[in-house]
Design a protein. Structure first.
Length: 205
């Protein structure tokens, strides 16, 4: 285990995610004060159209997430999916689902609880990914975990610059492809390890 590398990657991602979450909390607080923030009290909403009430399911809506949410989501794909962070209707197996928390009815206190859970999972996730690299290439940036971290830092820098913040989507697209590569490597390692154990068991038998 390369624990220093694990601490480094965990620290970088924790700092980036923490800064973006604080940024979004400040934005949401500003919207709450102005009365512009969206709030719903039930999953099924009704709208009157032409004298008739038409109901629609909030869980089926397409949500346009902010660039900050997209960076956190693509940089920390496993942790975000495990927590159900900022999902309108998180699945029951996620942390938010177990707590019966839905994004359309978030309260500041519950939102902070989910944020804290996400940051905790991010630190654990990147400590393990950094500490146990699946490959050791000659150039450090070709390792998927290091490449995703590099893309995340570049996206974070770009999103801080107002006139070019939209370009932050490009490095995060590369990060998503790197995640696919990382999962592919993980499956390959597991299959190869399973095959090696099977052959060892056959020889001993």
């Amino acid at each position: 285990m390369i624990w220093r590398r694990g601490l480094l990657l965990a620290g970088v991602h924790l700092a980036v995610a923490g800064a973006l979450i604080l940024w979004m909390e400040a934005r949401d607080e500003k919207y709450r004060e102005s009365g512009k923030i969206y709030s719903a009290t039930s999953q099924q909403q009704a709208v009157v159209q032409g004298g008739e009430a038409v109901s629609f399911d909030l869980c089926g809506m397409i949500v346009d997430y902010s660039i900050q949410e997209k960076i956190i989501g693509l940089a920390n794909f496993p942790a975000v999916n495990l927590t159900g962070w900022h999902l309108f209707c998180p699945p029951a197996w996620t942390v938010a689902g177990m707590l019966h928390i839905k994004f359309y009815s978030y309260k500041p206190t519950t939102e902070r609880q989910v944020d804290f859970g996400l940051l905790l999972l991010i630190s654990i996730q990147w400590f393990l990914i950094g500490g146990f690299p699946l490959i050791k290439p000659k150039r450090w940036w070709w390792e998927p975990g290091a490449f995703i971290t590099l893309c995340t830092v570049i996206a974070f820098i770009l999103v801080l610059i107002p006139w070019i913040y939209v370009l932050s989507g490009l490095p995060m697209l590369c990060a998503m492809l790197a995640w696919l590569y990382w999962f592919g490597l993980l499956v390959w390692k597991m299959l190869r390890g399973g095959w090696w154990l099977t052959k060892l068991a056959i020889r001993r038998g």
